[in-house]
Design a protein around this ligand. Structure first.
Ligand SMILES: C[S@@+](CC[C@H](N)C(=O)[O-])C[C@H]1O[C@@H](n2cnc3c(N)ncnc32)[C@H](O)[C@@H]1O
Length: 191
């Protein structure tokens, strides 16, 4: 294929794969360097449990188990990807630490999640935000590849291999437009 046609095909694949305008989220894997940075930013501690909502081939939970020795859960709707993720976990020797569950990510119970990883879309992130605030403990971590959380200001936003990576800390009290680190009594919401 000619280079410009290939580029156009890749651009079109990217646009149709992580579109933000519907609730459909197609499979696109996060590059390994981005996975590593997401995990590094998450300040993982011994005993933490990581969830990846929409876990694809399992690369984020598998890397968390392999590189940090923590328990990790992948939530995925696609049977083929679930099977591939389980096979990848066996090959990586971490099947005792990871679990891949067939579940709708919008219905997943987040109460035991210390680190939440997502690569979805802005619409989906915003839909999840209320659930995160409601169910995750203050001080737990959220990392996202590519997409933000509206007015929830990230602690960290950076680029890795031209991909955006975001990290938030779940606050005691969420105030739209303020970083999690600003105590509620010091934050004055702007009308
Ligand atoms: C952009 S991919 C990210 C894959 C993986 N997290 C990564 O970063 O490499 C999004 C994944 O979400 C899955 N997915 C889409 N809708 C879902 C839903 N309602 N519940 C669970 N998984 C879903 C897709 O099948 C796809 O594997």
């Amino acid at each position: 294929m000619r280079p410009h046609l290939l580029l156009s095909a890749i651009a079109s694949l990217t646009l149709t794969s992580c579109v933000d305008t519907s609730q459909d989220i197609h499979y696109i894997p996060t590059p390994p360097a981005v996975v590593s940075e997401m995990l590094r930013l998450a300040e993982i501690e011994k005993g933490d449990v990581l969830y990846d909502l929409g876990s694809g081939d399992g690369r984020i939970p598998i890397a968390a188990a392999r590189d940090y020795g923590i328990r990790a859960v992948g939530i995925e709707i696609d049977d083929g990807l679930l099977e591939r993720a389980r096979q990848n976990a066996r090959e990586a020797g971490v099947e005792h630490l990871v679990e891949f569950r067939k579940e709708d990510l919008f219905a997943t119970d987040l109460t035991d999640v210390d680190v939440l990883a997502i690569y979805l879309g802005t619409t989906q992130n915003l839909r999840l935000r209320a659930r995160i605030m409601d169910q995750m403990e203050p001080g737990s971590q959220v990392v996202s590849h590519a997409f933000g959380m509206g007015g929830w200001v990230p602690d960290v936003e950076k680029e890795v291999e031209n991909r955006k990576v975001f990290k938030w800390t779940v606050p005691e009290t969420f105030i739209d437009g303020f970083p999690s680190t600003v105590p509620p009594d010091e934050a004055t919401p702007v009308d």
